[in-house]
Ligand binder design. Structure first.
Ligand code: C2E
Ligand code: MG
Ligand code: MG
Length: 723
């Protein structure tokens, strides 16, 4: 027998002896007949030959499914003597089987062959083994049946398989050595035990150097999970290869795509001893696929998403919108007079015009939104996460603004216009209807006189109109003298005295309503009106600082007024010049006015913002970071910016006396701010308990309703007089 065949025989023997032990246990165990029958069936099922379990006088107790294959009917076998069975055909088997059973019952293993007459070509050999209890006394007998033809076949199969295995190994070696694919052998955990020479050409790695390493070391982070999953699946599956796609690192640092089939190699007992992989480099194929996908979903001329991709994104946006309850807005953008350009300057110039329009529109789309070209001169912008028509009108204005400048086409300077239709998901519950609504609105805009936008849906319209009213009123508020500045005192926690004020703007409408900043600052920021409002606030705060000078003695410390700056103001190139001029005109010094910015205001163009802050600091103006803890909350940038003060957001102060987390966070912020040389001010102190904790944590200053609400300046004239 060859080595392989003897290994196979050895493991078959092993299975058999463990099976006999299991059967003995089963007989000794205290279970009912049915259970025993079922269990013996399962146990016998592990034998590859037909097997029948009989008691010491030859009555059949159970059999495995293989016994059926010999033509034995289960019901006909169970509970009857072994020799009364159709298995033996016309042959009287009792004379042969009777002594075999008796011998086995006496503890002797034996074999007999029965010529079954009708199927005489297939004599059956019966091997009878006593199953003994722990004292070696036989309690049951196992009859294993095998037709001689089977046995001859088996020997032939083993020989053929052994030969095939040997050949397969040679073939594997040959294939592995010469294939262009990456062929490898692995430990069951994936570690390389063999890597084909093609690794050198495919990945520029020395195959020998990879042996002992694990494929995840070479895998791209994006496909690492797929690889790990495939390794697990391969060991679990039968003989079918597990196929997956993954990326592997070339020695030059680039990544190649592979389509790999991973096949488990098992020993005779079924245990996976190795894995074999063969990976085909599909990098070029993938690139082609990707470019086909791009072609399928993008417009050739502008490179923008096409209608198919837009519809797909709309589907996703609808799903998100349903969850977030935030409406989606669509802007349907159609060029005015594009046909004339095509007709007079030719299609080529028309194409150039479309590309240039696409460029200008692309500059307006926010990250996360989609701009698509869905036909000739039709573009669609999908804005998710807006507040419906309100946000969309702001976008529409920017789009119209983008057409203010003429386009240079083939040496001509040509003015192009556009009409925009707006619709939101408030008036449509599916992508197609939403697009139709926006299209209808676009026609309204065209009929209304071109170069404008129209809004579909009455719901959308009333919101948008309300906003337009407010926007116009807000624009006039500064000129009409409707803004007011209130002041909230800041106290030093050691001395208990007022060291400054925060200036907080309010809008007094003509009907007497006082609008809090939270209700109009966001709109002012979005429309840019904040720059004008901010200038007014700065001028008014400087004027107030000059007025308060009159109330205090010349020797006393200056009272600082803190002004809130918005991100938009930091983008105004005139900001620093304006502040400088205003301070001079008011006749105060730069230590009387301070500026505070929220973390989110710094998120725009951080470099521009940092430049402006540096210049302000150079003038001698103190700078503070507002609402700390609600934005990035990174100490790294605190360190880089020229800051003097950190204001802890009131949400942390609110929980100070009651929840432990807030106190821990506030303590950490204070310690780190102090380490960076910053003065710490707590915002929103409302109770004495909060104040006590803040003092314990060594906070420097505080402001909040506990001391005073923001009030008009005259409320503080007297307080300052006492200083
Ligand atoms: P902020 O700069 O963080 O101002 C503190 C806000 O907290 C003020 O609200 C103030 O009235 C309120 N506050 C003070 N102490 C307490 C307290 O003990 N409890 C509670 N619950 N609240 C307290 P206000 O005046 O409504 O201002 C809201 C926000 O509007 C300000 O937050 C600021 O971001 C913005 N803002 C106000 N004035 C201006 C301005 O002139 N320019 C700019 N860009 N933004 C401003
Ligand atoms: Mg503030
Ligand atoms: Mg604040």
């Amino acid at each position: 027998m060859t080595d392989k065949a003897s290994t196979t025989q050895q493991s078959a023997d092993k299975i058999r002896s463990s099976l006999l032990a299991d059967l003995a246990d089963l007989v000794a165990s205290d279970v009912d007949d049915l259970t025993r029958e079922l269990q013996s069936r399962v146990t016998l099922g592990r034998l590859t030959d037909p097997a029948i379990l009989v008691d010491l006088d030859g009555t059949v107790l159970g059999c495995n499914d293989r016994a059926d294959s010999l033509g034995a009917d289960r019901a006909g076998l169970l509970g009857r003597p072994l020799w009364v069975s159709p298995l033996w055909g016309a042959t009287d088997s009792s004379t042969t089987l009777g002594p075999l059973v008796q011998n086995a019952a006496a503890g002797r293993h034996g074999t007999r062959t029965i010529d079954t007459g009708s199927s005489s070509e297939r004599p059956i050999r019966i091997e009878m083994t006593p199953i003994t209890d722990s004292d070696d006394i036989p309690v049951m007998l196992l009859a294993e049946l095998r037709t001689l033809a089977d046995e001859r076949e088996t020997v032939a199969i083993i020989e053929a398989t052994t030969q095939a295995l040997a050949e397969a190994e040679d073939i594997f070696q040959a294939v592995a050595e010469y294939t262009s694919d990456l062929v490898c052998l692995h430990e069951p955990d994936g570690t390389f035990t063999y890597v084909s020479p093609s690794a050198r050409r495919l990945l520029d790695h020395d195959p020998a150097s990879l042996v002992g390493t694990h494929p995840v070391d070479l895998s791209h982070a994006d496909t690492r999970d797929a690889l790990v999953q495939a390794l697990q699946d391969a060991s679990r599956r039968g003989a079918d290869p597990t196929r997956f796609r993954h990326r592997m690192r070339h020695r030059n640092g680039s990544y190649r795509w592979f389509e790999t089939a991973l096949t488990p190699i098992r020993d005779a007992s079924g245990t996976v001893t190795q894995l074999q992989s063969s990976g085909r480099d599909i990098t070029e194929q993938r690139e082609t696929e990707q470019s086909l996908i791009k072609q399928a979903f993008h417009d050739d001329l502008t490179g923008l998403p096409n209608k198919a991709l837009l519809l797909d994104r709309l589907d996703q946006a609808f799903a998100v919108s349903r969850r977030s309850q935030q409406p989606i807005a669509i802007l349907f953008i159609d060029l005015d007079g594009f046909k004339t350009i095509n007709d007079t300057l030719g299609h080529q110039t028309g194409d150039i015009a479309l590309s240039k329009v696409a460029e200008r529109l692309s500059a307006i789309v926010r990250p996360g939104d989609t701009l698509a070209r869905i036909g000739g001169d039709e573009f669609v912008m999908l804005c998710a996460g807006t507040d419906g028509a309100r946000g969309a009108t702001a976008v529409a204005r920017r789009i119209l603004g983008a057409f203010d400048q003429p386009f240079v086409l083939g040496g001509h300077s040509i003015g192009l216009g556009t009409s925009i239709g707006i619709a939101t998901s408030l008036g449509a519950d599916n992508p197609t209807l939403l697009l139709d609504n926006a299209d209808t609105a676009m026609y309204e805009a065209k009929h209304g006189g071109r170069g404008r936008f129209a809004i579909h849906d009455e719901v959308d319209q009333s919101i948008a109109l309300e906003r337009i009213d407010t926007e116009e009123a807000l624009r006039r508020a500064v000129g009409n003298g409707e803004l007011r500045l209130h002041y909230q005192p800041e106290l030093d926690l050691d001395s208990g005295s007022i060291v400054g004020f925060e200036a907080l703007v309010r809008w007094e409408r003509p009907d007497g309503r006082l609008i809090p900043p939270g209700d109009f600052i966001p709109l002012a920021e979005e429309t840019g009106i904040i720059v004008e409002i901010g200038k007014w606030v700065i001028a008014e705060a400087c004027r107030q600082a000059a007025a308060w000078r009159l109330f205090r003695s010349p020797e006393s410390e200056p009272v600082r007024i803190w002004v809130n700056l918005s991100g938009r103001q930091l983008g105004d190139p005139d900001l620093v010049g304006y502040i400088q001029r205003t301070i001079l005109e008011a006749g105060i010094t730069t230590d009387e006015i301070c500026m505070e910015i929220t973390e989110s205001a710094l998120m725009g163009d951080a470099e521009v913002a940092a430049g402006q802050l540096d210049e302000l600091r150079a003038l001698g103006i103190s700078l503070g970071i507002d609402d700390f803890g609600t934005g990035w909350s990174q100490f790294a940038y605190l360190h880089r910016l020229p800051l003097d003060v950190l204001k802890i957001d009131q949400s942390f102060v609110a929980g100070l006396a009651t929840d432990r987390d807030s106190a821990t966070i506030v303590a950490a912020i204070i310690d780190l701010a102090h380490a960076l040389g910053l003065i710490v001010i707590a915002e929103g102190v409302e109770t004495e308990e909060q104040l006590i904790v803040l003092k314990e944590l060594d906070c420097d200053q505080a402001l909040g309703y506990f001391f005073s609400r923001p009030k008009s300046s005259d409320h503080f004239d007297e307080v300052l007089d006492l200083r």
